[in-house]
Design a protein around this ligand. Structure first.
Ligand SMILES: [Zn+2]
Length: 84
């Protein structure tokens, strides 16, 4: 399991670098992982990245964190958060 964990980390990095990457299952290496995200916290922005192998059902999740704001493109309009 511990060796697999390192491989999951590598997979997580690869997906973080390119969300469209076809990450091979680190356990069975027979299929590419299904990857999906779920929100975890808004401030600071964090989310959970789930990875599951459709072939052997290996599953892992990583807690992801938004990098320090480097570009202004991450700004969201405040008004869109308000509700009537
Ligand atoms: Zn697998």
């Amino acid at each position: 399991m511990r060796d697999h964990w390192k491989l999951w980390i590598e997979v997580g990095k690869a997906i973080a670098a390119d969300p469209k990457v076809q990450a091979l299952c680190p356990v069975c290496a027979a299929a590419t992982l299904d990857v999906w995200d779920t929100p975890w916290e808004k401030e600071p922005e964090r989310w959970e990245r789930h990875m599951r192998c459709p072939a052997c059902s290996a599953y892992n999740s990583l807690r992801m964190e938004a990098p320090a704001p480097a570009t202004p493109s991450t700004q969201r309009p405040e008004s869109s958060l308000k509700r009537h």
